[in-house]
Design a protein around this ligand. Structure first.
Ligand code: ZN
Length: 296
């Protein structure tokens, strides 16, 4: 079913269930080797805490956030995904690429990165957080598990022939298949060849942002070269939880990273990813008043 959805959008598609390779190794560089054990899709906060104006009190500690998820009170965990970065570190808004393995005392491996726009707005820089930095902010979509090895969904695609991006192709196929039933999937993919259009959030806007046009004028867009390692989740519908349908952020070893939109090199693009299905979805600090801005 996922395979058929991908075949509408990519010339070559392979989908299989495999034993998870060691994802701490190149080209994935995850903080944990696998995605298995108590697989959980987590969404915290939401775009209403960012727009129209930022709510600076919405800073979360990932470690305690996970500890509050039932079943994760004291076991080792691995969390990865897309969120707002730990802006207090640089006193500037930034993208977060969350990639953290922790035990009851805190981080064991912390390969979380953040990306911020440079002062003149024409470029960006990516940084790995300090080992004990577990803050995130505003909004985020996380795949949480025990980080163990186990069965995963492996997806490989070559050459894009349709309009959907790598994630939306899978998401649309799942939504068609499952209808109103909600399914959430998370993990990591590598864009191995090509370039991707990605955004990096500018510093918090001092002027209220009210329209998608305002959002797109405020975001900084860049075409970033492969290989990009993207982490995040997608769900088949918003349910009654105001869920974000898909959200992946990427990092790399060559100083590029940001929020994934789509590749701009359909002829040469190559994707490979490992994913797992969430056994449940946990919604944390859902905004009471919501809107549909800034969800692309
Ligand atoms: Zn994002």
């Amino acid at each position: 079913m996922i395979e058929n959805g991908l075949k509408l959008n990519f010339a070559q598609v392979t989908v299989s269930i495999v034993d998870c390779p060691d994802l701490t190794q190149a080209p994935y560089y995850l903080a944990s080797s696998g995605l298995a054990g108590d697989e959980t899709i987590v969404e915290f906060g939401g775009p209403p805490y960012l727009l129209p104006l930022v709510q600076r009190d919405k800073v979360y500690d990932l470690h305690s956030l996970v500890r509050n998820v039932e079943g994760f009170e004291n076991k080792e965990f691995f969390v990865c995904g897309a969120g707002a970065g730990p802006w207090p570190v640089i006193n500037q808004n930034c993208e977060g690429i969350i990639n953290l393995k922790a035990d009851e005392n805190g981080p064991i491996n912390n390969f979380t990165h953040y990306v911020n726009v440079n002062a003149d707005g024409t470029d960006y820089s990516i940084h790995q957080v300090e080992p004990n930095e577990t803050r995130t902010a505003l909004l985020g979509n996380l795949f949480l598990s025990e980080g163990k090895s186990g069965k995963v969904l492996k997806v490989s695609c070559l050459k894009r022939i349709g309009e959907e991006n790598f994630i939306s192709a899978m998401r649309v196929a799942c939504t068609k298949h499952y209808g109103d039933k909600i399914v959430g999937i998370g993990g990591a993919f590598v864009m191995k060849e090509g370039k991707a259009k990605q955004h990096v959030m500018d510093d918090f806007s001092k002027i209220p942002i009210h329209t998608d046009e305002d959002v797109n004028n405020w975001l900084k867009f860049f075409n970033m070269p492969a290989p990009l390692i993207a982490l995040g989740t997608f769900v088949t519908n918003e349910a009654d939880l105001d869920l974000r349908l898909q959200h992946f952020h990427s990092f790399s070893k060559h100083k590029h990273g940001g929020h994934y939109h789509y590749d701009v090199t359909p002829e040469t693009v190559e994707y490979e990813g490992y994913f797992s299905v969430g056994k449940r979805i946990v919604r944390i600090d859902r905004p009471v008043v919501t809107h549909m801005l800034g969800r692309d």
